[in-house]
Design a protein around this ligand. Structure first.
Ligand code: SF4
Length: 274
């Protein structure tokens, strides 16, 4: 099996980002029903037996699962490295300290400043996310931060990076939002290649950002079938994506997929991956 797996614990989320890449926005059956605690524990133990070394617990919003800590602890007990990807809105100081004590790394996304309400579908500003990043730094467990860029927030690109760095992000990953999930219904939000290059130039000019900001260069997933119009409109992803070899996904209902963006089920066979 691939050394890293993403576990999509739930399709539920307290945000409604119009760019959310969750595959269930394209195929409702991939969003549930959710597995119970015992079923996930079985998957965790099977994965550990088959050589998986690390798992990222994600969603949707994984902190909406009441058994998140139980699952994280079972994965740690099985010898897996564990991380959590969260929108940060439900992270209390107590939970942050609990993750730190157990060595569970955290990442979040900063979706906008003035545009945060539109980018998240919540109508409110970025304060919860910035507070979570800041609180994480204060407890000595700084978070990694993703900056997804689309037409509504691209004008904020440099300010987003500066704000995340000032709040105490450990590292940043900025990239154009991908033509997947809910974005399939919003091609007008997608950046052009030129807009993305301009955003990168603005980000590179942020003084404290040097060496701390990486760029994700994919506009769409090359592992799945895409309409020809997509290939013509945006730069093709670089060849050699490690999906299915370097990493894989166990979806909400327990089905394997090669990556977070693929909708096709994947039947893992002995000798694949790793
Ligand atoms: S992108 Fe993340 S925070 Fe936004 S709706 Fe999807 S799972 Fe929730």
């Amino acid at each position: 099996m691939p050394p890293k797996l993403y576990f999509e614990l739930t399709a539920r989320c307290n945000y409604e980002c119009p760019f959310c890449y969750g595959v269930w926005h394209e195929r409702a059956e991939l969003g549930g029903p959710e597995l119970g605690t015992g079923e996930w524990v079985g998957i965790i133990e099977e994965c550990a037996r088959r050589g998986v070394r690390s798992v990222q617990l994600t969603g949707g919003e994984p902190l909406l699962r009441e058994d998140l800590d139980v699952l994280a602890d079972r994965a740690l007990a099985a010898g897996l490295e564990v991380s959590v990807y969260t929108n940060g809105s439900l992270l209390t100081e107590e939970r942050l300290r609990g993750f730190k004590e157990r060595g569970i790394r955290l990442s979040t996304s900063l979706q906008g400043l003035g545009s945060h309400g539109v980018m998240t579908g919540t109508g409110f500003g970025p304060w919860k996310t910035l507070e979570a990043i800041e609180r994480a730094r204060e407890v000595g467990w700084p978070m990694g931060v993703g900056i997804p860029l689309a037409r509504p927030n691209v004008g904020d690109a440099a300010d987003l990076v500066a704000a995340a760095l000032l709040a105490g992000a450990s590292a940043l990953l900025a990239g154009p939002v991908m033509f997947e999930g809910r974005m399939r219904k919003r091609p007008e939000w997608m950046l052009s290649a030129e807009e993305w290059e301009a955003a990168k130039a603005a980000i590179r000019a942020v003084p404290a950002g040097e060496g701390r900001v990486a760029f994700a260069e994919e506009f769409f997933c090359g592992c799945r079938e895409q309409p020809e119009e997509v290939w013509m409109r945006w730069p093709a992803p670089a060849a050699g994506c490690p999906a299915g070899r370097g990493f894989g996904v166990v979806g909400v209902g327990g089905r394997f997929r090669r990556c977070l963006h693929t909708v096709e089920e994947w039947e893992w066979r002995e000798g694949e991956g790793g």
